[in-house]
Design a protein around this ligand. Structure first.
Ligand SMILES: [Zn+2]
Length: 57
């Protein structure tokens, strides 16, 4: 079967390293003040959790 349904994938930006992360593939995510943030790695999520005010806008 053809796989041509990739257009609706939601892209998010890892707020720590600014990498583009597909929401459904993001290895890490975190809800902070009502917003879900997506991260490329556990390291980035931990960095966000350590200093959320530096990254959340
Ligand atoms: Zn990252």
């Amino acid at each position: 079967m053809a796989t041509e349904r990739e257009e609706k994938v939601m892209a998010a930006i890892d707020p720590v390293c600014a990498m583009s992360v597909e929401e459904r593939d993001a290895p890490e995510r975190l809800d902070y003040e009502g917003t879900t943030y997506y991260f490329c790695s556990t390291d980035c999520r931990e960095e966000f959790e350590a200093n959320p005010e530096d990254y959340a806008n």
